[in-house]
Write a protein that binds this ligand. Structure first.
Ligand SMILES: [Zn+2]
Length: 264
């Protein structure tokens, strides 16, 4: 079993990210609880780790594994996107991804012995065979393809009718981010792109993605949707956009940025 769990004492004070199967416990006001653990009537946990600092206060991850009786205070990390600072969501991404990592790497994948938390870096180590593992992060590229005053938006099978976003896809082994961007756009909609520009990134803990955003110019080809992946795709005028992701998400920010730039 994993060792080195932090002991919670009467003096342990900070922000508490309490995680149960990817969900986070929030106060009735929808915030991350802060204070001395014993004063707050928080759900108990099996494993506690210091995962960083925010506003000069420690941030703790507490993994709660019991069956949840009251669902009302357990939320998806998406709820943290509504808070004024993006740091709450980023820390939530860290907390849920680390909780998943610890729960799914209790035993060595090479020899089957119990894993031990390394005390100077975020890793798990097998003392028997030396196998070391780090939290999994799956890079996923987002590409906003622009042609004149239009943007290419698509709807995947996961999205309801009428909801569109920019193209997205996971980076494959041995591939650069740029190669993944060109490949995904060609595969999903049959279009070629040029002038790829990095925009930014966003942790996306569902369950452990890192979104990496690029702008690109249309280079050629007609839209041909990939069966089984893309339900529909089209060029949308900047002034007549369908329902799109909110600006708290990187894809929403990129669509806004593409439209704002062309209106300069
Ligand atoms: Zn091992």
């Amino acid at each position: 079993m994993i060792e080195h769990s932090l002991e919670i004492t009467a003096k342990t004070c900070g922000y508490w990210y309490i995680v149960n199967k990817g969900r986070i416990w929030l106060t009735p006001q929808g915030e991350i609880p802060y204070g001395h653990f014993h004063d707050l009537a928080l759900p108990a946990g099996d494993h506690c780790l210091n995962i960083g600092e925010w506003l000069q206060q420690p941030v703790y991850l507490l993994i709660h594994q019991d069956q949840i009786s009251d669902e009302s205070q357990w939320h998806s990390a998406r709820a943290l996107l509504e808070l004024p600072s993006p740091h709450w969501f980023e820390l939530g991404a860290r907390a849920t991804q680390l909780a998943l990592f610890l729960q799914t790497h209790r035993y060595c994948g090479q020899c089957g012995c119990g894993m031990n938390l390394v005390n100077w870096e975020l890793a798990l180590l097998c003392h028997k065979c030396g196998h070391r593992v780090y939290p999994r992060i799956s890079p996923c590229i987002l590409v906003a393809v622009v042609k004149d005053r239009q943007i290419l938006l698509a709807r995947s099978k996961r999205h309801k009718p009428g909801f569109f976003s920019i193209l997205a896809g996971f980076v494959e082994s041995g591939e650069t981010l740029e190669q993944a961007a060109h490949r995904e756009v060609a595969e999903e909609v049959g279009v070629s792109i040029r002038n790829l520009r990095y925009v930014g990134s966003q942790p996306w803990p569902f369950p452990h993605s890192l979104m990496v955003g690029f702008m690109a110019d249309y280079a050629g080809g007609d839209i041909r949707c990939q069966p089984h992946e893309i339900e529909e795709a089209a060029w949308f005028d900047f002034m007549e956009l369908p329902e799109i992701p909110p600006v708290t998400t990187l894809s929403g920010q990129m669509i806004a940025k593409a439209c704002a730039k062309s209106n300069d």
